[in-house]
Structure formats: structure tokens, C-alpha cells
Design a protein around this ligand. Structure first.
Ligand code: DAH
Length: 337
């Protein structure tokens, strides 16, 4: 019995140093666990003579209840304290100003690119893409510009190696698509192009949209009708359009397409160099030599192609006078679209 009472005293001493819930839990195991000190006293009851057993049992039980209650009492105190500490350490100052995350928005070039794409898709065109790093063969050769062709000099090319270039235009996508598909085809091919050139109207990287259609009887009048509808939906239904004879190695005949100057309504100004017209794209009937390069019979198939610069379209539509603004990432500029 004395032994049991001294257990109570040693528990009292030890409980003073139980300064955390975890330490208290160890005490609980030490005294009340399956192999605990009190538990073994209870087990030992059976070895005590029946006359002494009730008195002894009563003492052990009282000590057990006492220790249980003490542990529960200390535990709830410790838990309260730990909770208080956590509240202090995890405190958030709700009076601090919040962090402002600005909304992103579409870049004006991507916006114009998707506007143009939507117009052509609504007229039955499919979208195809080609690689930015292109073989000389697709960028020039197959487009009827053999090595030493003077037209190559119109495009200041970035060379990766003798046979590999950064594409100077999106026209190589025509070849790539025609090589793997058969007419009828109505395709547009938007993407980045590269030329070694930089001033207020040129950046070394810019965007173009190529378009072409091939079938058994495509005529120049189809090209005219299509481009006029496109220009009227992109700019306005009143925008004047004119076709001017021109030259491209991959089209014959070739044309450049102008719109009435949107800055002076055709009266003549600095932007249109007093002509009243602004050039916006190149076009023409696909040269039979290009068809031969991709294995199409030019006696059976005809087609047209066109190509336009996206930055130029965006500059005209939104009256932007310096192409470099698109690539400076100045929020004051980008926010306006
Ligand atoms: N590829 C030409 C360029 O970048 C633009 C062009 C002109 C594309 C006439 C065409 C075309 O498809 O028919 O200067």
C-alpha cells in the first residue's frame, strides 16, 4: 500500500516537469499504459489474500482515478496554452495592404492575329503551321527562288548554316502543306518570321499570315473577291481596295494590294507619301513551277496565295506609328488594346 502511495508522490513530482502535451502523454503511458506502474499494481491484486484485497484495491483505484484526473486536467491546461501560443505565432495583420495582382491581357499582335484568323476561318479556311527554323529548300528553293536568285536579297536572311535559315516569310508553309496533302486546299498559316532589319517600321522578328487556295479552277477573281471581303471585315466596309501589278517568284501574275489611306481618307498625307494609298499585302496566282516542285499537275490545278504582315495590319488599324512599341512591353501601351 505504501508502495502505491509513493507512486502517487512520484507522479506528482514528475507531473511538474510535463510541460508539453507530448511529455504528458509519456507520463500517461508510464503510469496508466498497458504495462504501466498503476496497471501492474491492479494486476497484482489477484496475488493478494482475499481479506486484504478490498482495502488494497480501494487504494490502488483511488490513486489510479487521481492520476487520470490530474493528467486530464494538466492536458487541458497545456492544450489551452499551446493554442494561445499558436494564435500569437500565426497571427496575420489584417490591416496590412493587400498584394495587387494586375490582370493580364492579350498582346495586341495576338489579338489582331486572332481577328484575322477568325475572318478567314469563317470563309472556310483551315489553320496550318510550320517551323520557325526552316530549310533553305522550303524558304526559297521550292518557292522558285534558286540559290543566286536576286529576289533572295529582298529578304535579309538569318542563316543558321548553309542550308538552314530562320524563315523570312510564312510562304514555306505552302510547300509543306502541299507536299503532304492533295487539293482542294484552303489554308491560312500564321506565325513568326525573321529578317536582319531594324528601324521604326522593321523589327528582326515579326508576324505574317500566309493564305492560299488550290483547286481545279481557282481564278484571279476569286482572290480579288476574297481579299476585298477580308479587308472590308477587318478595316471597314467602306475601305477602298486596289490591286497593283507586282512581282514575286512564287506567283504569276503577282499583285500588291493597297487600301485607301486610313489616316487622310485618300487625300494624301505623310503616312501614305501623298499617294492616298497604303500597301498591305502581296498576292498572286501560284506559279506553275511551285506546283511542279510539290508534284501537283499545273494543267489540272490552279490556286492563289497571299501574305501579309500582322504588325503592319495592327499599326494601320490602331494608328500606331512605331513598330518597336509592340515589343517594349510598356504596360501603358499594351493596356490600350
Ligand atoms: N512571302 C512574301 C513576303 O514575305 C509575301 C507574299 C507575297 C506571300 C505574295 C504570298 C504571295 O503568298 O503570293 O514578302
Amino acid at each position: 500500500m505504501e508502495d502505491t502511495l509513493s507512486l502517487k508522490n512520484s507522479f506528482l513530482k514528475e507531473s511538474k516537469s510535463a510541460t508539453s502535451v507530448a511529455k504528458l502523454q509519456q507520463l500517461r503511458i508510464k503510469y496508466l499504459g498497458k504495462k504501466g506502474l498503476i496497471t501492474s499494481k491492479l494486476k497484482a491484486l489477484s496475488t493478494i489474500s482475499p481479506e486484504l484485497r478490498p482495502a488494497y484495491g480501494k487504494v490502488v483505484n483511488e490513486v489510479k482515478v487521481y492520476i487520470e484526473e490530474e493528467i486530464n486536467r494538466i492536458e487541458s491546461l497545456l492544450k489551452k496554452e499551446e493554442h494561445k501560443k499558436r494564435i500569437v505565432s500565426e497571427a496575420v495583420d489584417i490591416t496590412l495592404p493587400g498584394k495587387f495582382t494586375p490582370f493580364g491581357r492579350e498582346h495586341p499582335i495576338n489579338k489582331v492575329l486572332s481577328e484575322i484568323t477568325v475572318i478567314f476561318v469563317s470563309m472556310g479556311f483551315e489553320v496550318e503551321e510550320g517551323p520557325d527554323v526552316e530549310l533553305d529548300y522550303y524558304n526559297f528553293e521550292a518557292l522558285n527562288m534558286p540559290k543566286d536568285h536576286p529576289a533572295r536579297e529582298m529578304q535579309d536572311t538569318f542563316y543558321i548554316s548553309e542550308d538552314i535559315v530562320l524563315r523570312t516569310h510564312t510562304s514555306p508553309v505552302q510547300i509543306r502543306v502541299m507536299e503532304k496533302r492533295k487539293p482542294p486546299l484552303k489554308i491560312i498559316a500564321p506565325g513568326k518570321v525573321y529578317r536582319c532589319d531594324a528601324d521604326i517600321s522593321h523589327t528582326p522578328m515579326f508576324h505574317q499570315v500566309e493564305g492560299f487556295m488550290v483547286d481545279t479552277d481557282v481564278a484571279f477573281s476569286d482572290l480579288k473577291g476574297l481579299l476585298e471581303s477580308f479587308i472590308h471585315s477587318f478595316f471597314s466596309a467602306e475601305t477602298p481596295v486596289r490591286f497593283r501589278p507586282s512581282f514575286f517568284p512564287f506567283t504569276e501574275p503577282s499583285a500588291e494590294v493597297d487600301i485607301g489611306c486610313i489616316f487622310c481618307s485618300g487625300k494624301g498625307c505623310r503616312v501614305c507619301k501623298n499617294t492616298g494609298w497604303l500597301e498591305i499585302l502581296g498576292a498572286g496566282m501560284i506559279n506553275p513551277r511551285v506546283f511542279e516542285m510539290v508534284g501537283y499537275n499545273p494543267e489540272i490545278y490552279s490556286g492563289f496565295a497571299f501574305g501579309m504582315g500582322i504588325e503592319r495590319m495592327a499599326m494601320l488599324k490602331y494608328s500606331i506609328d512605331d513598330i518597336r512599341l509592340f515589343f517594349e512591353n510598356d504596360m501603358r501601351f499594351l493596356k490600350q488594346f
